[in-house]
Ligand binder design. Structure first.
Ligand code: HEM
Length: 271
């Protein structure tokens, strides 16, 4: 089995940070052995819940069209063995999303950077429709501490982002359900203990498109059993515990992690 690709826990305890790193454009989008399964899941969601997973305003059309042509060019260059047939009947952001494992968002500058088109089949407990047309600050309103710690640097980063230099970052969470499609924002504490929990990582990329001037935000999800990560590396369990123990109360509430550290401590001491 392939090793889990990203474990973005802070070694010294919880920290909320932009954590942006320069992106090598050869690694813009990632492909792995789950491609067929995930693309099929997207196909089913688009057939059964289109309005839950797609949201578009006309302001996002130009950026979406440029995104589609970049996605097909990227696949043709890096994965030329794939057939990436896109349908002209699809909105371009949907056509692009059908051929990659990533979820795709287009932000366009007007009075502020606003989310103007998105195809998000695999949300980590948030509601896409409610975010369409809104600003970065509004999108992040539920995130405790974002307004004080991240709003200013994130807005400044969006203003400065250039097509020649793209970036990526990682987020993680601990949940009790391995499903990729989790659209409900209800935050509940994961049931059970370590044996029932999953470590879910989002790899996000940010780039500015040269022609439409839109900013593209991609989100790729990786999920694995938290127990398996602990078994593979004892330091994982200890660092996870440290991060849960040092996260602020409001963050524990937001993430649905109340009481989780104590149950993790018990699981770790029982092994
Ligand atoms: C530099 C850019 C960005 C930074 C530093 C950032 C940071 C964050 C952080 C720290 C969280 C809390 C997540 C967690 O750990 O669970 C979050 C949540 C979120 N972010 Fe971002 N973010 C960025 C860009 C974006 C963009 C461009 C979008 C556009 C769709 C976005 C959409 C969201 C959403 C939907 C949530 C969940 C909010 C909710 O609970 O309703 N983020 N972001």
């Amino acid at each position: 089995m392939r090793a889990f690709p990203y474990v973005p826990l802070e070694a010294k305890g919880w920290r909320m940070a932009m954590g942006l790193r320069p992106l090598d454009m050869d690694q813009w989008l990632e492909v792995d052995e789950r491609r067929d399964v995930e693309l099929e899941e997207k196909r089913q969601l688009l057939a059964s819940k289109y309005d839950a997973v797609v949201a578009t305003n006309p302001a996002g059309d130009e950026g979406s069209a440029e995104l589609l042509s970049d996605v097909t060019a990227f696949l043709a260059t890096h994965f030329s063995n794939f057939t990436t047939v896109t349908s002209p009947d699809d909105h371009p952001i949907v056509a692009a999303s059908r051929v990659v494992q990533e979820d795709l968002c287009v932000l366009v500058r007007s009075d502020a950077w606003r989310l103007q088109a998105a195809c998000v089949c695999f949300p980590s407990r948030w509601n896409l429709a409610s975010k369409l047309g809104t600003t970065l600050d509004d999108i992040h309103r539920p995130v405790p501490g974002y307004d004080v710690e991240l709003s200013r640097p994130t807005n400044a980063f969006f203003e400065r982002l250039k097509p020649e230099r793209s970036f990526w970052r990682l987020n993680w969470t601990l949940i009790d359900n391995p499903a990729l499609h989790q659209p409900t924002s209800a935050r509940h504490s994961p049931d059970g203990d370590l044996d029932n929990w999953y470590f879910r990582v989002e790899r996000q990329t940010l780039r500015r498109l040269p022609h439409s001037d839109a900013i593209i935000f991609t989100i790729r999800n990786y999920v694995t059993s938290a127990r398996n990560l602990c078994d593979a590396d004892a330091a994982f369990g200890e660092t996870l515990l440290l991060n849960l123990d040092t996260a602020p109360d409001a963050m524990l509430e937001y993430k649905g992690w109340r009481g989780v550290a104590d149950r993790l401590r018990e699981s770790l001491s029982a092994t």
